[in-house]
Design a protein around this ligand. Structure first.
Ligand code: OOG
Ligand code: MG
Length: 268
């Protein structure tokens, strides 16, 4: 490494990554991949940046309400060119009330994806959590639509970039039907995703790691490596079941689930 490279490597830190991405979010400005600029952006450093950004969010008054999994389905992994799932934070400002339009003023290039969401009845802490144990800690299940928004131009990123960017967090809407997990076969729970009345994609819960409870167990085990647990009352978005679709201004997005009802969102 020559001196110039050394100096530019030294300018980087997890804290700086967190600041850059929060600033891009606050000013709705996209940027290019950070891992392309800094080879030191490894997965542990990306998670550190995610946690530093969470501390900043909390310091400005946001409250942690749960977690969101990223890239848990093959559809999403193929779309984004990333082959591993990851976990990120949800705060209160990310919950969009049902009926509200997509808040385009807060987002750069929103995309919608249907998800199966859990609300926890008790704390779930890894390591070694199985899908059955994870499901036993769930109070109820909802359908959800997440509106993701990457801070990277064209959603072009590596796993490390996406983790540092809180897994492209934007906002999410939960559906009208609340069910106990034991009353449903979540692997077979299907969803139709529509844009302006046209079906653009379909999937079942099995798309998410074979069963959404597998994603929940993965989240508990991954968080345990950083000393975190999934707390009682938290919401868990288990990850997009289908490809995410761009939400244009004026569009109408709808997700219809077999047992978990329908969610309709105006593109704003
Ligand atoms: C990153 C992960 C997004 C999911 O459900 O896979 C995510 C991305 O695709 O931008 O929330
Ligand atoms: Mg998602």
């Amino acid at each position: 490494m020559n001196r110039e490279q050394q100096t530019s490597e030294q300018r980087w830190s997890a804290g700086r990554i967190a600041d850059i991405l929060l600033d891009a979010e606050g000013t709705t400005t996209s940027r290019t991949s950070l891992s392309a600029e800094w080879s030191g952006l490894t997965l542990p450093v990306a998670y550190e940046a995610q946690d530093i950004a969470l501390a900043t969010r909390k310091a400005r008054g946001e409250v942690v309400t749960g977690i969101k999994l990223g890239l848990t389905s093959r559809a999403k992994q193929r779309q984004m060119g990333v082959d591993a799932p990851s976990v990120a934070w949800l705060t209160d400002v990310m919950a969009l009330p049902a009926g509200d339009p997509v808040p385009r003023n807060r987002l750069i290039h929103p995309r919608a994806e249907p998800e199966i969401a859990f609300v926890m009845s008790r704390r779930l802490a890894g390591p070694g959590v199985t899908a059955a144990q994870a499901l036993a800690a769930v109070d109820h299940v909802f359908g959800a639509v997440e509106i993701i928004d990457s801070r990277y131009a064209g959603f072009k990123f590596t796993l490390e970039d996406a983790v540092a960017d809180n897994n492209s967090s934007g906002v999410y809407v939960t559906g009208p039907v609340l069910r106990r997990p034991e009353d449903l076969d979540l692997a077979l729970e299907a969803c139709l995703l529509e844009i302006d009345g046209q079906i653009v994609d379909t999937a079942t819960g099995a798309a998410v790691q074979g069963h959404p409870a597998e994603a929940l167990a993965f989240a508990a085990n991954t968080l345990a490596e950083r000393g975190h647990a999934i707390e009682a009352g938290w919401v868990v978005l288990t990850g997009g079941m289908t490809d995410a679709v761009a939400v244009e201004s004026g569009a109408r997005v709808a997700a219809h689930f077999t047992s978990l009802g329908s969610i309709t969102i105006s593109g704003g």
